[in-house]
Write a protein that binds this ligand. Structure first.
Ligand SMILES: Nc1nc2c(ncn2[C@@H]2O[C@H](COP(=O)(O)OP(=O)(O)O)[C@@H](O)[C@H]2O)c(=O)[nH]1
Ligand SMILES: [Mg+2]
Length: 200
């Protein structure tokens, strides 16, 4: 798939603000600072479309990006689990994410991001449980793969799969936005999902 063009389409907090449901959407979820904006920028081949932040916990909205005019959309869900955020704000975020998952008919899949170096957090597990519940699970990206050795990854991939409760057919792809590795495999999977969606 060649990304020729991408633009921010819409920023929303509530369903009334979402764009129409004519175009298939691929959403990205993960804790703040996991590397979501960096990965979205890499996929969209833009240096700074989704803001990369050294200051986590700032995105409090759902950001919709249109790709190649209306071929598909990338949706950046609010990051969760930032320690400095109060409980009520973080439950608002949970509601914001779950509402989107629940109502969105044109959502093909949610790519869940976890850090390749660490055991998934309780919120990562909760997120994956929501995804399973709404049948949007099955694709997990382990970020910052440049920060661990091959041996560590061989060990961590089992830990991540087990902690999230991933099924045998669920896919776990290690990606480094810094080194630009793993992104090709991810794009192939997304491309297949998008064409499946469009064909039926
Ligand atoms: N080494 C390394 N650092 C990364 C990678 N992806 C993101 N980062 C860094 O992690 C921090 C958070 O990234 P960002 O994309 O803003 O995360 P977000 O909060 O999930 O959107 C930034 O300092 C990035 O430069 C990666 O693949 N490798
Ligand atoms: Mg971000």
């Amino acid at each position: 798939m060649i990304i020729k063009k991408s633009d921010l389409l819409c920023i929303a907090a509530k369903p009334e603000q979402y764009p129409d449901e004519e175009v298939v959407e691929i959403a990205f979820a993960g804790r703040s600072n996991v590397g979501k904006s960096s990965l979205i920028n890499l996929i969209l081949n833009r240096k700074n479309l989704a803001r990369v932040s050294g200051n986590p916990g700032k995105t409090r909205t759902i950001n919709f990006y249109k790709v190649n005019d209306d071929e598909f959309r990338i949706v950046d869900l609010p990051g969760y689990g930032y320690a400095k955020v109060s409980k009520s704000v973080s439950s608002d975020w949970g509601k914001m994410i779950e509402t989107y998952l629940k109502v969105r008919d044109n959502l093909a899949i949610v790519v869940q991001l976890v850090d390749s170096r660490h055991e998934p957090s309780a919120q990562d597990v909760q997120m994956y449980e929501w995804l399973k519940h709404y049948e949007l699970d099955g694709l997990v990206v382990a970020t910052k793969a440049d920060k661990i050795s091959k041996n560590e990854w061989a060990k961590n991939k089992g830990i991540i799969r087990k902690k999230l409760g991933m099924g045998q057919d669920d896919v776990l792809v290690p990606v480094s936005s810094l080194k630009k590795t793993g992104c090709g495999e991810l794009m192939e999977i997304l491309e297949e999902l998008i064409s499946q969606w469009k064909n039926g």
